[in-house]
Each structure stands twice: as structure tokens, then as C-alpha cells.
Design a protein around this ligand. Structure first.
Ligand SMILES: Cc1ncc(COP(=O)(O)O)c(C=O)c1O
Length: 386
């Protein structure tokens, strides 16, 4: 075993930018579209939009909304400009007001917490379990007369314990919003992410498994009234695009992104299959060496990230960087620790506090191959002296 003294240099948090591009052996993500046939499909899709010229709310936009609703098995979907818009607008659709509380997770991208705070409501952080998702067993202890909703996150691409969460919500009359930004295509007892709660919020930015080539997002919805509210809220809170009934943002999705998303949706199942294959290779090789993702038999993981955890995370990342492998901590700051949110909210979150010092994500994407995964495994094994 080698000495694995932890490195505390915070610059490692951005280690993916520190390997000169030409020197990278295994990229954390590879967003280049190198396949010529795929590029041609994208060009065609964009060309159609250029020809009809309806750059906002064009026909591909509506087609995309229908395709998302079909995929998720929900009556409706509403296209929006980003996952952040999806979260903010869905909370606005619940008509939260200041003083309301929303139960949520401390381990996520900050957009989840920001959305709650931007509505004027208060986030109440409930600790996570070893699978990185909110601990359903302790949610009830955090419910107060002010609690209005649960905003959960299917973190890393595996869904939360939805049966438990939905029965708690039903018992206490709470709304449930699924932050499915990382989990398009994931399932829980065969039900797709975004189809179980009142609304499902998706990010489709280029990093996501189901991605556009720019900012993009969608909300899945079950009833017409909420859909109509969201359609108004995503365009300045107007009715008939003119009369503002409640001030809101412009959070619409571009037609060009919708057209690209329709192409990418066709390729999604193949991408997920590749990610699952790589993940299973990692899990077989690494489970006795580092903490590998905890999987649940009733769920299908889409591996937005393959997140490992270990005692000497920073030193391992430095070692992998020396081996020219990009890794990334998603995410290094727990929600209550961001400067914007510090000291404002109480949070008893010991499991999250422990895990956030231990997690890192290793490359797991469709543009790498099994040989690359083998190289990553060898690097990790080398670090631990195997
Ligand atoms: C869990 C989670 N929620 C929300 C978002 C926000 O999505 P967007 O970047 O599209 O605004 C992200 C994006 O990374 C995310 O991972």
C-alpha cells in the first residue's frame, strides 16, 4: 500500500481543466460529435428550422414536448430553457409563498436549492443515504406545519426511494417535485424518472445523458391546469403572450435545441446501454477497492455520473490526473455550505458531510471504450498498490 496523504489544495476541484487537452488519455466527458452520420442528422434538423424560420415555439418544439411526455408516460411535458428554469417554474406553479418550507437534499447542483430560495420559500435539508439520495426514512421528522413540498433529486442518475416518499407526501398533503436533471431514462419499478411526483424537472444541457447542444430543459406534468400555469410562467407570466398576470421569467426553449433534442432522443437508449456496460465493468473491478455506486434492484441507473467514494479522494484524483485521466467532484459544496446559503439554514446532515469529502466521479460515457475503462481501473488499482 502506498502512502495516501490527502491533498487539500482546492485547485484539484477543477482538475478536469488542468490536463492540457492534447495530453488527456481519458476524458471525463467527450462532447465532440465525431460521427459523420450523426453530425449529418443534426445538420438536417437545424436546416429544417432555418428553412421554416420559427425559431421560438416552432413545430419541433411541440414535437419535442410530445416526445418527452410519451417517453416519460405523463400526459404533458413543457419545454423550458434549462433545468434551472424547470425547477424554478415548477415551484412557482405550486404558488409557494415566503414562509413555506420545501424539503430537499443537501447533495445536488446548487440550482435545486436556488430554485426554492428564489420563490421565497425555505429549503429544509434532509440527510442522504450511502446511495447519495435523500434518506426517505427521516423525511417525516422534518415536516412542520409550514412544509409544502418535497423537492427530491435523483442524484447521479439513480432514482430515490419513490414509494416511501410518495406515501409520506400523500399522508401529509405535500407536493412532490422530482429533480430528474441527471436521470432522464432512469426508472423506479419500471416507472420513468419524472412520472411519479407532481412534476418532473429535466436539464438537457450538453453534459446530460439526454442532452441538447446548448441550454435546454423540460418539465413533465400530470394535469392541464398546471401545464397551463407553466406555459404562462415560462413566458413572463403572461396570458395570450401579452397580459402579464404574475411576474415571471422568459424560460422558453429554442426550436433549434428542440430539433437537436429530438435527434438525440433517438440515440438515448444506446447511450444508456453503453454507460451501463462501462459501469458494470467498473463495479466488478473496483468494489473491493473503493466505494462503488449502491444499486437497488427496483431501479435502473443511467449513470449520469459513476461516483466512487474513498478515504484518500484528493490524492487519488491527483494520481489519476498524473495518469492523464480526468475526474470531477460532483459536487464539492453541500447546499448549506455555498456562500450564498451559508448560515441561513439549519442542517443536520452527517452522512452528506462525510460523503462530500470522499466522492469523485470517474469517466463513464458513450465516447470512451472498454479499453479506456480498463486504463482507469488500472490507475485506481495502481494507486492502492494492487
Ligand atoms: C441535479 C441538478 N439539478 C438542476 C440542474 C440545473 O440544470 P441546468 O444546468 O440545465 O440549469 C442540474 C444541472 O447540472 C443538476 O445536475
Amino acid at each position: 500500500m502506498r502512502d495516501t496523504t490527502a491533498i487539500t489544495d482546492l485547485s484539484i476541484l477543477n482538475n478536469s481543466t488542468q490536463i492540457p487537452t492534447d495530453d488527456i488519455k481519458v476524458r471525463f466527458l467527450d462532447l465532440r460529435v465525431q460521427d459523420a452520420a450523426y453530425r449529418a442528422e443534426i445538420h438536417d434538423a437545424i436546416e429544417q428550422v432555418l428553412l421554416h424560420g420559427r425559431f421560438i415555439m416552432g413545430p419541433e418544439h411541440d414535437e419535442f414536448e410530445n416526445a418527452v411526455a410519451d417517453f416519460c408516460g405523463t400526459p404533458y411535458a413543457v419545454g423550458v430553457g434549462s433545468g434551472s428554469d424547470a425547477l424554478y417554474l415548477s415551484l412557482r406553479a405550486l404558488e409557494l409563498s415566503s414562509g413555506d418550507e420545501v424539503i430537499t437534499t443537501p447533495l445536488t447542483w446548487v440550482a435545486t436549492t436556488n430554485a426554492i430560495v428564489l420563490t421565497g420559500a425555505t429549503p429544509v435539508f434532509v440527510d442522504i443515504t450511502d446511495d447519495y439520495n435523500i434518506n426517505a426514512d427521516i423525511i417525516e421528522a422534518h415536516i412542520t406545519p409550514k412544509t409544502r413540498a418535497i423537492l427530491l433529486v435523483h442524484f447521479t442518475g439513480q432514482m430515490c426511494d419513490m414509494n416511501s416518499i410518495m406515501s409520506i407526501a400523500q399522508k401529509h398533503g405535500l407536493n412532490v417535485i422530482e429533480d430528474s436533471a441527471q436521470a432522464f431514462g432512469a426508472t423506479y419499478t419500471n416507472k420513468p424518472a419524472g412520472s411519479i411526483g407532481d412534476m418532473g424537472c429535466f436539464s438537457m444541457n450538453p453534459m446530460k445523458v439526454m442532452n441538447g447542444f446548448g441550454e435546454a430543459g423540460a418539465i413533465t406534468v400530470k394535469d392541464e391546469l398546471t401545464r397551463d400555469r407553466l406555459q404562462s410562467l415560462r413566458y413572463a407570466g403572461t396570458i395570450n403572450k401579452e397580459n402579464c398576470v404574475t411576474p415571471s421569467i422568459n424560460g422558453r426553449l429554442d426550436t433549434i435545441q428542440a430539433a437537436i433534442l429530438l435527434v438525440n432522443l433517438q440515440r438515448l437508449s444506446e447511450k444508456i446501454k453503453k454507460r451501463r456496460k462501462l459501469a458494470s465493468i467498473y463495479t466488478s473491478a473496483l468494489t473491493d477497492i473503493v466505494g462503488t455506486p449502491i444499486l437497488h434492484d427496483d431501479r435502473n441507473h443511467v449513470y449520469y455520473s459513476y461516483t466512487i467514494n474513498c478515504d484518500d479522494r484528493d490524492a487519488l484524483m491527483a494520481h489519476m490526473r498524473a495518469d492523464r485521466i480526468e475526474t470531477k467532484i460532483q459536487h464539492p459544496f453541500l447546499m448549506p455550505d455555498h456562500d450564498a446559503h451559508k448560515d441561513r439554514f439549519n442542517a443536520e446532515i452527517p452522512v452528506a458531510r462525510n460523503l462530500v469529502k470522499r466522492i469523485t466521479c470517474i469517466p463513464c460515457h458513450e465516447n470512451m471504450n472498454e479499453e479506456d475503462a480498463g486504463y482507469v481501473i488500472d490507475s485506481i488499482k495502481g494507486f492502492y498498490g494492487y
